[in-house]
Each structure stands twice: as C-alpha cells, then as structure tokens.
Design a protein. Structure first.
Length: 164
C-alpha cells in the first residue's frame, strides 16, 4: 500500500487474512513502526470472519484466481465495500466504481488509490452497501440457483451445441 495513504488509514484497524511471508514481514514493519494498527490472522472461525466483514468498511481481495471469491460475496452481503482483483467472475458481481472497485493484481498504486477512495467517500460506500445487498439477495437465492444449475446440467447432458 502506498505510504501516502497511511495517514488516512491511521484511524482504521487493518486486518490481513491469509498472508504470505513477504506480506507478513511488511505487516510487522508497519505495526512495529507505529504506522498502522495492522495485524495478520490465519485461522479464525467462519462466524468470526463474518463478524469482521460486518464491522469492515472495506474488503480488499487480491488474487490471481479467476473464480469468484466466497469472501467477496460474504463481505458484499455484510456491507464492506469490495476492492477486488478484476477477474472475469469479479465483473459479474461488481459494477466498477459504483458497487466496488475492480483492480489489477499487480498494480499497488491503483489498489492504494481505490482503498483511499473507499475510506474517504462515504456516499460511495453507503450506496454500494445497499446495491450489493440487493445483488447478493437476488443472485444467491437458493431456488433461483437450483433452477439455473439444473438448466446447465440438462444442457451439458443433452449433447447439444450452444448457439451463441
């Protein structure tokens, strides 16, 4: 994260989940220097993780995976503003700059800029929380998902080619 936003983050508690060794080292440096209230967590119950999302202003998910992140969906449902790697699945859930930010996996400046916006623009975060709740409720409806999954399996088993 760029040093220039550390001043804006000083009133926040930053929790880093499932970090690799390089990130852990950086977290230790920032914490010991008194730059941020930051810590790493690895093993936490699902309920505790959900509680953290519900208390969070921003969720940052940086990954090279192309799949949708369960933590992204849970954070959206619980009101945290998502800053997520711009994978194909991400674009299906986030309307960039409206309901979250899509960021490249390897551009620290862009990620820091988006985090800075998310911690300073209250209207953006508040509006996104409402819209994200509506999205999660409608797209994760059990009966709706069941119908869609059954359609996909029926199509796959039919041997027909998709016309698209």
């Amino acid at each position: 994260m760029k040093e220039s936003i550390s001043e804006k983050l000083k009133d926040f508690r930053v929790i880093v989940y499932s970090a690799g060794p390089d990130v852990r080292t950086r977290v230790d440096i920032l914490r010991l220097a008194g730059v941020l209230e930051v810590s790493c967590v690895d093993q936490v119950s699902h309920e505790d993780m959900l509680r953290l999302y519900s208390l969070s202003r921003v969720y940052v998910g940086i990954s090279v995976s192309n799949a949708i992140s369960t933590s992204l969906l849970e954070s959206m449902a619980l009101g945290a503003f998502p800053v997520q790697t711009n994978t194909a699945c991400c674009t299906e859930w986030i309307e960039d700059s409206k309901t979250g930010f899509e960021v490249p996996v390897d551009d620290v400046e862009v990620i820091a800029n988006r985090v800075e916006k998310a911690i300073t623009e209250d209207d953006l975060v508040d509006n996104a929380a409402e819209l994200n709740w509506e999205t999660v409720v409608s797209r994760l409806d059990k009966e709706e998902l069941k119908t869609e999954v059954l359609k996909m399996y029926e199509f796959a088993l039919s041997g027909e080619e998709e016309n698209g």
